[in-house]
Unconditional design. Structure first.
Length: 531
């Protein structure tokens, strides 16, 4: 026992631990930096980029680490590049780590909801901003456990460096044993040192997992909520009542400004998925202050048409104009590159609310609402926070500012999604079936929020299966069938459909449980001709 304790504190072996830690930390850091680039490249749409990277990862992961080390140590001098044993070992370990870290990071990125990335793209997040503020912070929850295991494995793999003469812990242990033949105390002490270093890494992994967990973020947010409150909002325009009932109702809303240029124009728009046309020559305009509701069966093209507004779906023919300008096309008619496309989306002043909420799961309700002003529009933190708080008040959620999305009901999550869209001060709001993912009892609160917003005169394009709601909120009803507009007009067309397809759709909707909402002036069955 005395000998064991002696070697456990022996300076010569402790210096070997420092060499081990240096190899581990430096090679892991290099592996993470290069691995992030490899992970992004391997998922690139360009085969010229993704295939070579995948081949590199395949080869590095498939060959023994010891063989890589020996090759680098012996082959590089033949090319005229002479490295020290430590540098050779560090290079070999780093190369090996790049491949494994790339796959770890790629898996973590893949674990982030695609809906969130689409939402961020729609709001105009640039690719670097999307990666740094949305994707990586959430990917870390999946990356950290696997990376912790990788770090511990790498710690032990540094012993391979002894093969090329690096005086790390294992080689120093062998040197002592070769001189005094005290195998047991020396090797036990060395093993204990590895275990101690591994334990420190394991505790670090546990701390990081807790730090990035949603439950821990929820606790910190609750603590913040206990210390802070909304308080008085500065500026006259921010004195927004939290009582949605006192906002002017639809009957007092100003009519659409038809004399002005339309904010949205769909000009002979066609969209194809592979060889199938899903949007077939749609012509539609949405005027300033107008609320247009798209109706149609599932698969009729409502969501696809809406996605063309923000270039989330490519247009095969025709054009989509927002405030008189195309989002995805340059002045010379060429497609905008990703960086300019993100800026074009941001400049379009269009807010979008999604079917499945698509909230950023690692952010509180307040942070979600702040995300567009802060990360897209570059507004200072205090002003972005002010905008977000006003938006949360507008949707009746000021008391939930510090709640995480998983702590909210479906209806509350969707209202946070509306607040996120509002905080960017859009001129056009797009609602893509905002209540389709909600339980029936939660639909009313979201519909009431949208009615309230409609009464303020903001321009809206929304799709819904709720006929009664569409009749109560829209200035114009547009019926899509198999990618074409068959009918459009005031809500009165719900009482007198012209085409048999629209009539059949209305009769089917009247019988559906989700269509049981009532128009302010009567039951849904009063609107729909039951033939």
């Amino acid at each position: 026992m005395t000998q064991f304790l002696h070697y456990l504190t022996f300076p010569y072996l402790l210096q070997g631990c420092l060499v081990v830690l240096a190899l581990m930390v430096l090679s892991l850091a290099g592996g993470l930096v290069v691995g992030l680039g490899l992970a992004l490249a391997s998922d690139s749409r360009s085969p010229w980029l993704s295939y070579p990277v995948k081949a590199y990862i395949y080869v590095v992961r498939g060959t023994p680490q010891l063989m890589q080390l020996i090759l680098i140590f012996n082959v590089l001098p033949e090319t005229g590049l002479f490295l020290s044993p430590f540098a050779s070992a560090l290079l070999a370990l780093t190369i090996n780590e790049t491949a494994f870290c790339a796959e770890i990071i790629r898996g973590g990125i893949g674990a982030v909801s695609r809906d969130q990335r689409i939402a961020a793209t729609a709001f105009g997040f640039s690719r670097p901003t999307l990666l740094l503020t949305i994707t990586l912070p959430q990917a870390l929850r999946a990356i950290i456990p696997t990376l912790g295991n990788e770090a511990i494995g790498l710690l032990k793999s540094t012993s391979l460096a002894s093969v090329v003469g690096v005086s790390e812990l294992t080689l120093r242990s062998q040197t002592i044993v070769s001189q005094n033949f005290e195998f047991l105390p020396v090797l036990l002490a060395s093993s204990a040192m590895y275990i101690i270093m591994s334990t420190v890494l394991a505790f670090g992994q546990q701390w990081l997992e807790q730090r990035f967990s949603l439950s821990e973020k929820a606790k910190r947010s609750a603590a913040n909520a206990a210390r802070a409150s909304f308080g008085p909002l500065e500026g006259g325009s921010s004195q927004v009542s939290e009582d949605l009932d006192i906002v002017p109702n639809r009957g007092t809303r100003a009519p659409p400004l038809s004399s002005q240029a339309p904010l949205l124009v769909f000009d002979a728009v066609e969209v194809s998925y592979q060889a199938t046309k899903v949007i077939k020559g749609v012509d539609l305009t949405v005027g300033q202050g107008e609320v247009v509701a798209l109706l149609g069966r599932s698969g009729s093209g409502k969501s696809t048409l809406m996605k063309t507004v923000l270039a989330l779906t490519d247009v095969a023919a025709g054009r989509v104009l927002v405030q008189g300008k195309p989002i995805a096309v340059a002045a010379d008619g060429s497609a905008l590159p990703p960086g300019k496309l993100a800026r074009s989306r941001a400049a379009a002043e269009v807010g979008m609310v999604f079917q499945n909420f698509a909230l950023f799961e690692h952010m509180t309700a307040l942070e979600n609402a702040m995300s567009v002003p802060r990360f897209v529009q570059g507004i200072p933190l205090n002003e972005a926070s002010h905008r977000a708080r006003v938006a949360l008040i507008q949707v009746g959620l000021s008391g939930f500012a510090h709640r995480m999305p998983h702590e909210l009901s479906g209806g509350q999550q969707q209202r946070v999604g509306i607040a996120r869209a509002l905080a960017g001060a859009p001129k056009v709001l797009i609602f893509d079936e905002p209540t389709s993912a909600l339980d029936p009892e939660l639909v009313g609160e979201v519909n009431q929020t949208i009615r309230t917003l409609a009464s303020t005169g903001i321009t809206m394009l929304l799709s819904t299966h709720d006929i009664g709601f569409a009749a109560s909120v829209a200035d114009r009803i547009v019926f899509l069938h198999e990618g074409r507009i068959l009918e459009q007009g005031s809500p009165d067309i719900l009482r007198d459909p012209v085409t048999p397809e629209f009539g059949a759709f209305l009769r089917l909707a009247a019988k559906a449980p989700e269509a049981a909402s009532r128009h302010p002036n009567g039951a849904l069955s009063d609107l729909v001709p039951m033939q």
